[in-house]
Ligand binder design. Structure first.
Ligand SMILES: Nc1ncnc2c1ncn2[C@@H]1O[C@H](COP(=O)(O)OP(=O)(O)OP(=O)(O)O)[C@@H](O)[C@H]1O
Length: 266
């Protein structure tokens, strides 16, 4: 990693009763970096985001933001420190207008930074023209793609240091998917660090600079996304036939150097 570390996850284990969902998971995100986690259904990706955002308490390990530990299981504290999660399934406030949903994203900043919040609102409406068009419409009446834009816009209204994105492209039409990833790719310009969880592994690996592969609650591979995109195991497991073909063309590439130091994770 070549710049300042923003988020560090250190040896996190997490359980649901007797079920172990995460085992010794460690990862790092630098300032203004986009990092993705890819993995099959049930691999533990959402659980990891929930641990980072304080929604689920880990049984072991710690989450460090800019050098200081986040108190485990304290979601409000995590938000106040700048860690904001955009959950799977959008979860916008259906009976409120688009505008009110966006303003709720800036709830903690409203008293002290009113002028700044208004400026940010203007900027968000520029980034998401669809929300500008529908700003008085009730959020529950928006299409799925529009709700996803709103959820992302609302998260950005809090000016997060670290944005945790859980399946932002889930169930969206291709045009919306393209637009969502275009916006995500632009976030480092605002110095926002992004940890992106996606089933659409190809789009995630194209958008992020580094990636982690999660299998059964463990990180099994990590490294530069260009490398992961060309890794045979990743291609076979997550990228489908089209990319398999691409990966097979690179038969001589031995995927042995997948983390930053060139070693595969155990
Ligand atoms: N509330 C819960 N109670 C019990 N087990 C849970 C709970 N939530 C998740 N799990 C289990 O923990 C494991 C990890 O689930 P998690 O939702 O983190 O996976 P995921 O990688 O995000 O999956 P998906 O891509 O399908 O959303 C799974 O085996 C799941 O069944």
């Amino acid at each position: 990693m070549n710049s300042e570390s923003m988020l560090q996850v250190k040896k996190i284990s997490a359980h649901y009763g007797a079920v172990k969902a995460l085992s010794q998971v460690s990862l790092e995100v630098s300032q203004g970096e986009i990092v993705c986690i890819i993995g099959a259904n049930g691999a533990g990706k959402t659980t990891l985001l929930n641990v980072i955002s304080g929604l689920h308490r880990a049984s072991r390990g710690e989450v460090i933001l800019k050098g200081g530990a986040l108190p485990p299981g304290r979601a409000a504290k995590a938000v106040a420190r700048g860690v904001v999660q955009c959950p799977e399934g959008r979860q916008v406030f259906a009976p409120l207008s688009v505008m009110d949903n966006l303003l709720l994203g800036a709830f903690l900043r409203m008293k002290k930074e009113k002028a700044r919040v208004e400026k940010d609102l203007k900027q968000i409406l520029e980034i998401f023209p669809i929300l500008e068009k529908r700003k008085t419409q009730l959020a529950g009446t928006l299409s799925g793609g529009e709700q996803q834009m709103l959820a992302l816009g609302r998260a950005l209204m809090s000016r997060p240091k670290v944005l945790l994105l859980d399946e932002p492209s889930l169930g969206l039409a291709p045009l919306f998917v393209k637009e969502i990833f275009r916006i995500i790719a632009s976030l480092p310009e605002q110095k926002t660090s992004v940890l992106l969880v996606e089933q659409n592994a190809h789009a995630a690996l194209k958008t992020a600079t580094r990636g982690y592969v999660m299998v059964n609650g463990r990180i099994t591979q990590s490294g530069d996304t260009t490398m992961l995109l060309h890794d045979k195991q990743v291609a076979e497991a997550f990228l489908g036939a089209k990319c398999n073909k691409h990966a097979n063309q690179e038969k001589n590439h031995e995927p042995g150097s997948l983390n930053q130091t060139g070693a595969r994770h155990p």
